[in-house]
Design a binder for this molecule. Structure first.
Ligand code: ADP
Ligand code: GN1
Ligand code: MG
Length: 371
C-alpha cells in the first residue's frame, strides 16, 4: 500500500492505510500521511474494473464532475466549499489515477474531515439532509459543459435487462440455490408484472434524460459530523445520463425506513412517513423548479422501482455465487434481496400517502409560476 500511496502527490511521510467504509464495490482505504507538525488523511481506492470496465473514461467523468462542482460552489460563494465536493489528488505524473501491477487502477481523494456517512437512517433530518445534498448535486450539474459524460455501466438501470439477468441466473442455477428460493422467485415475478404496468400507467416509461448521480444510497453522502448538514455527494462513478427516478427512487429505497439494507426481521420493517417527508422536501428543495410535470407525476413510483431493481440484482448475485456485491457473511445478498422485496411491498402499499407528501413538497418548493 505504501508503494501505491507514493504514486500520488501527497506531502509528508506514509503513516498507515486501513480498510475503510462499507461500500459494496471498490476496495477503499483510509490513508494517513504525516510530517513533523501535522498529519493528513486521504481515501485511496482500487477501482473495481470488473464492474467499471473503462476506468479511463470513468476517471475522466469523475474529474470533470469534481471540477464543475468546485467552479459552481466558488461562483456562488457557498460557505465551506472544500467539504462540499470531492477533490482528487493527482498522481506524481499529474494524472487522475495510477495503473499499478496486475492492472490495478488506483485513485486518491482528499478525506473530507469532520464528516460521516450513515448506513441507515434514523431521523427525518438525516433523510432530509441526504436528499437535499443529492438534489443540490443534480441541480449544479444541470449545466455541465462539454460532451455528454461517458456511459460507465451500460444499461445500469435497465429494469428489463436486470430482470432478464435474474431469469438467466435462475435457469443456469450455478450454485444450486434456486430450488430453495421458489418463494422469492415467485414474488419477484409477481412484482415484475405489477410494476411493469405501473410504469406505463404512471407515465414513467419515457422520462427526460438528465445528468443524475444514479447511486443515491444513504452511505454515498457525507454529512457534517456535528450538525448533520448534508455536505457532499460521493461515489461519483455512475454519474451520467439517467432519469430522476433513479435518484429519487434510491433515496426513497434507502431512507424511508429505519432498517438496514440486509435487515433479517422483515416482518417488523416499516415505511415511515416522517422519513418520506424528509426525502421529498430535501430532494425537491433545489429540484422542484427543474422537474417537468411528467417527472413530478412519476416520483411516487420511484421508490418501489428502485427497491425492486435492487431486489432483482441482489437475488441474481446470490444465485450466481456473490460475484458482484461484496458480502461480509453467508447469504447476505439473499437477506438484502428479501429486505428489498419487503420494501417494494411497503412502498407500494403506501403509494397514495407518499404521493400526497411529494405533492405538498412540490408546492412548497416550486416557484409561484411553475417550472
Ligand atoms: P463504493 O463504490 O465501494 O461504495 P465509495 O466511493 O462509496 O465506494 O466509498 C466507500 C466509503 O468510503 C463511503 O461510503 C464513505 O464512507 C467513505 N468515503 C469515500 N470517499 C470519502 C472522502 N473523500 N472522505 C471521507 N469519506 C469517504
Ligand atoms: C452499490 O457502490 P455502492 O455500494 O455505493 C451499487 C448500487 C446498488 C447498491 C446497493 C456501481 O452501491 O447500484 O444500488 O450497491 N453500485 C454499483 O446497496 O453497482
Ligand atoms: Mg458507495
Amino acid at each position: 500500500m505504501k508503494e501505491t500511496a507514493a504514486q500520488f502527490e501527497i506531502p509528508g511521510q506514509f503513516a498507515e492505510a486501513i480498510p475503510y467504509g462499507s461500500g459494496h464495490i471498490h476496495a477503499t482505504y483510509l490513508l494517513r500521511f504525516e510530517d513533523s507538525t501535522q498529519s493528513a488523511r486521504y481515501i485511496l481506492q482500487r477501482i473495481n474494473t470488473q464492474v467499471f470496465q473503462n476506468p479511463e473514461a470513468l476517471m475522466d467523468n469523475v474529474s470533470r464532475v469534481c471540477t464543475h462542482l468546485r467552479q459552481s460552489l466558488e461562483r456562488e460563494r457557498v460557505r465551506d466549499p472544500e467539504r462540499r465536493h470531492l477533490r482528487l489528488v493527482k498522481t506524481t505524473e499529474g494524472r487522475t489515477h495510477w495503473v499499478g501491477p496486475e492492472a490495478g487502477h488506483w485513485r486518491c481523494f482528499h478525506f473530507l474531515e469532520g464528516t460521516r456517512s450513515l448506513d441507515q437512517v434514523d431521523t427525518e433530518h438525516q433523510a432530509h439532509e441526504t436528499a437535499r445534498a443529492f438534489g443540490s448535486f443534480a441541480a449544479r450539474l444541470a449545466d455541465l459543459e462539454g460532451p455528454p459524460l461517458s456511459v460507465t455501466i451500460p444499461d445500469f438501470h435497465n429494469l428489463e435487462l436486470r430482470y432478464a439477468a435474474l431469469e438467466a441466473a435462475i435457469r443456469s442455477d450455478s450454485h444450486g440455490r434456486a430450488k430453495s428460493l421458489a418463494a422469492e422467485i415467485n414474488q419477484t415475478a409477481g412484482w415484475h408484472e405489477r410494476l411493469t404496468s405501473a410504469i406505463h400507467a404512471e407515465g414513467a416509461a419515457d422520462l427526460p434524460i438528465r445528468i443524475v448521480h444514479n447511486d443515491c444510497k444513504i452511505n454515498n453522502v457525507l454529512l457534517d459530523a456535528e450538525t448533520g448538514e448534508g455536505l457532499c455527494a460521493i461515489d461519483l462513478d455512475t454519474v451520467m445520463g439517467g432519469t430522476v427516478l433513479a435518484d429519487f427512487g434510491e433515496l426513497m429505497r434507502t431512507s424511508s425506513s429505519r432498517s438496514a439494507e440486509d435487515e433479517a426481521g422483515v416482518a417488523e420493517m416499516a415505511i415511515e412517513l416522517d422519513l418520506v417527508r424528509g426525502v421529498a422536501r430535501g430532494y425537491l428543495t433545489d429540484m422542484a423548479a427543474r422537474l417537468t410535470p411528467q417527472e413530478g407525476n412519476a416520483l411516487p413510483l420511484a421508490g418501489s422501482l428502485m427497491a425492486f431493481e435492487n431486489a432483482v440484482r441482489f437475488l441474481t448475485d446470490h444465485l450466481s455465487g456473490d460475484v458482484y456485491f461484496r458480502i461480509q457473511r453467508e447469504a447476505q445478498n439473499l437477506d438484502r434481496a428479501r429486505a428489498q422485496l419487503r420494501r417494494v411491498e411497503l412502498l407500494d402499499a403506501n403509494r397514495d400517502a407518499i404521493r400526497k407528501i411529494i405533492e405538498s413538497a412540490q408546492l412548497e418548493f416550486q416557484p409561484p409560476n411553475g417550472p
